[in-house]
Design a protein around this ligand. Structure first.
Ligand code: 5RP
Length: 224
């Protein structure tokens, strides 16, 4: 719900300090963060930002947040993003917005990683949503076969016109249906990433320092 996302956006933007280099996540919740950050910048906060997607970059630029490129950064002070599902050990599934590769690179390089989610996304085990993986286009059918051999039902993501969805990095996304709740996230990730053609998975392990969980009461619970 938008008012929960708005609260999460405000609360996370308040964690950004002057002169920070900020990693911008992608998605509807991250958009609220970007809008709140822009408001703080209008009031004098000085930041530079690097975006995990073209969509977030566009929004930030429209709101006059200074955007820098990946090649210009050697550190990121804080990364703030949404997630699709988070388990009680702070493992996450991300990538329903298709930006998982840059999101993971940014989260990995950031000193502090904050994820902002509605309570419905916080579960004991990761299971309810599909697990996206980004794959190389030229061998996509061979890659899918190897992924399915691991026991997954996978589907190529399609865009609104029914064409294969193409990521900002010009790759494809395979969405994997999980057959049971994930017990060992590390093993699931390793098995998938070891398939040639799989560029990155949407399983984010040990990449969250803090989760802000918003609920209808407008309370924000902090897990770290
Ligand atoms: C994009 C993502 C998003 O963070 C995730 O899909 C959550 O999006 P939303 O805030 O719109 O629910 O991983 O690749």
């Amino acid at each position: 719900m938008d008012f929960i996302k708005e609260k999460l956006g405000e609360a996370s933007a308040n964690l950004v300090q002057d002169n920070f280099i900020v990693g911008l996540g992608t998605g509807s919740t991250a958009n609220f963060f970007i809008k709140s950050l822009a408001k703080r910048c209008q009031k004098g906060l000085n930041v530079k930002a690097v975006a995990s997607s073209l969509a977030s970059e566009k929004l930030a630029k429209e709101l006059n947040i200074q955007i820098i490129d990946f090649v210009e950064i050697d550190k990121i002070d804080i990364y703030i993003d949404g997630a699709d599902e988070v388990d009680f050990e702070m493992n996450m599934i991300k990538g329903l917005g298709g930006a998982l590769l840059k999101e993971k690179i940014l989260a990995n390089f950031s000193k502090k990683r904050i994820f902002i989610i509605e309570k419905r996304k916080y579960k004991e085990r990761l299971f309810s949503c599909k697990l996206p993986i980004e794959i190389t286009p030229f061998a996509h059918l061979l890659t899918k076969r190897l992924v399915d051999n691991l026991g997954y039902n996978s589907e190529f993501r399609k865009d609104q016109k029914g064409n294969l969805f193409i990521t900002d990095n010009k790759n494809y996304i395979l969405d994997l249906t999980l057959k049971h709740p994930i017990e060992d996230s590390r093993k699931v990730n390793e098995d998938l990433i070891s398939i040639p053609g799989v560029l990155e998975t949407g399983l984010f392990i040990e990449l969250a320092d803090q989760i802000l969980i918003g609920s209808e009461s407008s309370q924000i619970e902090i897990i770290d």
